[in-house]
Structure formats: structure tokens, C-alpha cells
Design a protein around this ligand. Structure first.
Ligand code: G6P
Ligand code: MG
Length: 221
């Protein structure tokens, strides 16, 4: 294993609740209900794709022009940024700092492969940006998760073959993307939702170099 490709939201920190609140409020302005179950399907999905899914859910997929949709995304993001601005290193999920320390000591490359255009800012708020060898710029990725593009770009940024990488995700769309890239997937969350992963852990506290290495080695057998 030469590199670990990290999703951000739901793996390094829990921003899902803030995305949810921001989408729920925008949805209610548009007369569309966004509940927590539906929000689960938005995890890992880019901002514009999330909006498209919400509009489709409300039966108004064709109601808004592309410029109007961009405005709705700007509005959602402004609310989201307002919600996350108080984030601090205390919001890093359990087990993540020890894992980053272990990977650093072992000389394994670490890349952030998040669909979020806010990833660099969030890593700064959490004060963990220096651990990473690179952040894939979500704006440059053509097809979002579940397409493999972002993880292939992550492997390339690490200078590693996809076969020598492990991807860490909390979302079904993300696991699908990792597997489509030919990368070993370690997921954190519900075993049924994340069934495609090579290994599913119930908490980020269970992540370690040994667990990632084992998942990678098992895939070579
Ligand atoms: C992550 C989250 C999604 C979010 C996406 C884009 O993948 O899980 O819920 O929609 O990033 O985030 P952004 O910060 O660019 O709106
Ligand atoms: Mg995620």
C-alpha cells in the first residue's frame, strides 16, 4: 500500500449534518421536503448533482434554468459556510489523527479525494491540511462520484498505481467510485449501505494503518 485516498465529509469530520440543514432549508423554500433518509442519498454527491436530485424528488426537475440552479447552489453554500465556520480541530472524528500520524510515520502518501469544493477550507479549520500530500480539486473532476474520476486523479496525485492505493469512504456513491477505479475500499458506516466495500468498519475509531494494510493485502490474494 503506497497511498491512502481520503474522503472528507463523514470520514475526517462530520459535515453531513450541516449539508443536511442547508439542503433542508433550501428545499423548504422550494416546497420540497428533504428528510434524513433522502439526505443519505446525497452523501458524496456534488453540490449541483445534489440540487438536481432534490428538484427531481420534488417533481420540478425542469422548472429552473441553469443560471437559477447555480444561484440556488450559491445560496445553499452560503448557508452551509455559515454553519461550518465555527468548526475546530475538536470536530475531527475519533481515530483520524492517530491514523494520519501512523501513515505519516510509515511514509504512506495521503490525498484528499472529496467532492467538496470547500475541502481546503475545512482542512484549514480542522488544522490537518499539512498531513496531506495533495487535495484533488473537485472543480477539475469531470464526472462526480459514483464515477471513478476523483479516485483515479487521487492515485495520480499520489504518484501511485490505483492497485497500490486504499480509499476510505462513508458514502455508497463513494465506495462505488473507489471500486470503479480498481482501488481497495474501506468504508465507515452501515454494512448494508456500504456492501460494495472490501471492509466495513462501524466507526472511524476502528481505522488504523494495520486495518488498511490488511484490506489491501487481502485484495492481492
Ligand atoms: C461531499 C458531501 C456532499 C456534498 C459534496 C459537495 O461529498 O458528502 O454532501 O454535496 O461534498 O460539497 P460542497 O462543499 O462542494 O458543496
Ligand atoms: Mg463522505
Amino acid at each position: 500500500m503506497k497511498a491512502v485516498l481520503f474522503d472528507l465529509d463523514g470520514v475526517i469530520t462530520d459535515t453531513a449534518k450541516f449539508h443536511f440543514l442547508a439542503w433542508r432549508d433550501l428545499g423548504s423554500e422550494l416546497g420540497i421536503e428533504v428528510d434524513e433518509a433522502f439526505n443519505e442519498e446525497l452523501k458524496g454527491v456534488s453540490r449541483i448533482d445534489s440540487l438536481e436530485r432534490i428538484l427531481a424528488q420534488g417533481g420540478v426537475a425542469d422548472k429552473y434554468s441553469s443560471a437559477e440552479k447555480d444561484e440556488l447552489c450559491v445560496k445553499k453554500n452560503a448557508h452551509y459556510l455559515e454553519l461550518i465556520k465555527e468548526m475546530t480541530p475538536a470536530d475531527i472524528l475519533p481515530g483520524i489523527i492517530p491514523l494520519l500520524e501512523e501513515l505519516k510515520a510509515a511514509g504512506i502518501k495521503m490525498i484528499v479525494t472529496s467532492a467538496s469544493k470547500n475541502a481546503p477550507g475545512i482542512l484549514d479549520l480542522l488544522q490537518v491540511r499539512a498531513y496531506f500530500n495533495g487535495i484533488v480539486d473537485a472543480a477539475t473532476v469531470k464526472a462526480g462520484k459514483p464515477a471513478p474520476d476523483i479516485f483515479l486523479a487521487g492515485a495520480q496525485l499520489a504518484g501511485a498505481d490505483p492497485a497500490d492505493c486504499v480509499g476510505v469512504e462513508d458514502a455508497a456513491s463513494g465506495v462505488e467510485a473507489i471500486k470503479a477505479a480498481g482501488i481497495v475500499a474501506v468504508a465507515v458506516g452501515d454494512e448494508q449501505v456500504l456492501a460494495l466495500a472490501d471492509r466495513v468498519l462501524s466507526s472511524t475509531a476502528d481505522l488504523s494503518l494495520a486495518v488498511l494494510q490488511e484490506a489491501w493485502e487481502n485484495s492481492k490474494k
